[in-house]
Design a binder for this molecule. Structure first.
Ligand code: UDP
Length: 254
């Protein structure tokens, strides 16, 4: 098969031209970066796990009618997605204080927030993804007020659904980052969930021990990074058993 044309290379993924117009192939790398790419490394097998985890979560979200860019997984490291126009805003949802919120506001990590908080960051590596308000987003035309209504509504539904899904397998969803895009179909435009949902862009803690099962293990040099990502996949019931391609359902924790 002819090699596909590469359209874009990001820190953790590469986008290739898809087999049909309006589609792209998203390739998951093992590369990891943190602190605005000042820290770089490789997490062996991360791409394979994130491809599976993101497939699983996007498929579950589609089942509750959250529109996503995901079409199907092609192989261990690639998935077919719909081509969308990415809105240059990172949407962060927080349930428990951690990371930059804990630092900026001096709230001890692990404090449950009085309610879920949605924050926006302007996607711009040169500026270090600065936090912005909805006012900036609509004033500068990155998204319209109706786009933002859809984004907030979808984000809160995704948070409720994923919080429950992870809790069912003994994992606390502390916070996570989403990206949305505009999907043009005939005359219509829809806001859809894009990018990926994986331990690279979620904080996931074991319910019983609060042990970190996400990229913070890389950011903070805690070790056992591959094992943590594998454990997330295993609990979700999507880690292929050795010698078998069978995918089991989620393992419910008591
Ligand atoms: N996040 C992300 N990409 C970014 C920034 C944050 O995926 O460029 C995710 C991060 O993994 C965490 C959440 O968004 O789950 C909140 O991150 P925070 O603002 O605390 O920043 P960080 O501590 O990651 O710098």
């Amino acid at each position: 098969m002819a090699r596909r044309r590469q359209l874009y290379e990001g820190k953790a993924k590469i986008l290739f031209e898809g087999p049909e117009p309006g589609t792209l192939v998203q390739y998951f790398k093992d590369d990891a970066t943190a602190f605005n790419a000042q820290k770089k490394g490789t997490i062996t097998g991360k791409g394979v796990l994130n491809n599976r985890i993101s497939e699983f979560l996007m498929t579950k979200l589609a089942e509750i009618n959250v529109p996503t860019h995901f079409i199907r997984r092609l192989n261990m490291r690639e998935q077919l997605i719909k081509e969308v126009e990415i809105i240059p805003v990172e949407v962060v949802v927080r349930n428990i204080a951690a990371g930059s919120l804990a630092q900026r506001l001096g709230i001890p990590e692990g404090t449950r927030l009085p309610r879920s908080i949605v924050e926006y960051y302007y996607k711009n590596d040169q500026l270090g993804d600065p936090m912005v308000a909805e006012e900036h987003i609509t004033a500068f035309g990155w998204a319209t007020p109706p786009d933002m209504d859809d984004i907030v509504h979808l984000t809160l539904r995704i948070n409720d659904f994923l919080t429950g899904l992870f809790l069912g397998v003994g994992i606390t969803l502390v916070d996570f980052k989403l990206e949305f895009g505009r999907l043009y179909e005939n005359e219509d435009m829809r806001i859809v969930l894009a990018d990926e949902i994986s331990p690279d862009n979620c904080r996931l803690w074991d319910v019983k021990t609060n042990e970190k099962m996400d990229k913070d293990r890389f950011r903070r040099d805690l070790g056992k990074i591959e094992e943590a990502y594998q454990e997330v996949a295993r609990r979700l019931g999507i880690l292929p058993e050795a010698g078998s391609r069978d995918m089991k359902g989620p393992e419910t924790m008591q």
